[in-house]
Design a protein around this ligand. Structure first.
Ligand SMILES: [Zn+2]
Length: 199
């Protein structure tokens, strides 16, 4: 069996999952956010989430063109000014789809349209290469008829940008209070004032 046919396992801290459920999981489809972690420790572990809530600065797009297209200014702000100083970087983008469309959408090559094109461009961005983003985690949220949130997790690599399904495990490894998720709301200098360790 070829090494790259092995199913990858992506782990996500439970407070990230809860936050996704409370944001993307409670909105209409084509809503999303960025995922982060420490790429050196474990590129497939998610312990950061930033909700790209609609209408952040008026230019954020939701359902336009039928797919989620994140505001790169907001993304860059979170990655550069909040995550990077704490040794975190983006390792994924999560968004919701209508109906039971749990696959990534395909777009026109050379454009930024469609999920696969967008994620491939993100992987090939010079900052992604510089920061060691070699695997991008791209979970898709869909909803059951009863309104329950389902997450289908895809991964893409720079060498092989065809989406591969991964297993998603929700874990409870970190002794960080959920308030850490709201750090991006407070642009302040002193880390200890917005990161509360429970031990
Ligand atoms: Zn999509």
């Amino acid at each position: 069996m070829k090494k790259n046919s092995k199913c990858l396992t992506v782990t996500m801290e439970d407070y990230v999952y809860d936050s996704i459920k409370a944001t993307i999981g409670s909105r209409v489809p084509e809503s999303g956010g960025i995922l982060g972690g420490n790429l050196e420790d474990n590129p497939l572990h998610i312990n950061r989430f930033h909700d790209l809530r609609p209408a952040f600065n008026g230019s954020h797009t939701g359902a336009s063109a039928g797919h989620f297209s994140p505001d790169h200014l907001e993304m860059n702000h979170v990655i550069d000014n909040i995550w990077t100083p704490l040794n975190y970087w983006i390792n994924g983008v999560i968004h919701s789809h209508p109906g039971s469309m749990s696959s990534l959408s395909q777009g026109m090559k050379g454009t930024n349209d469609g999920d696969v094109e967008y994620f491939t461009n993100l992987l090939n961005h010079e900052d992604s290469i510089k920061n060691g983003l070699n695997v991008l985690i791209a979970p898709i949220v869909t909803f059951s008829h009863a309104g329950d949130m389902n997450i289908t997790t895809w991964t893409l690599t720079r060498k092989n940008p065809f989406p591969r399904k991964a297993r998603l495990l929700i874990v409870h490894d970190e002794k960080v209070m959920p308030v850490a998720l709201y750090e991006e709301l407070f642009i302040i200098d002193n880390e200890s004032t917005y990161r509360i360790q429970s031990k």
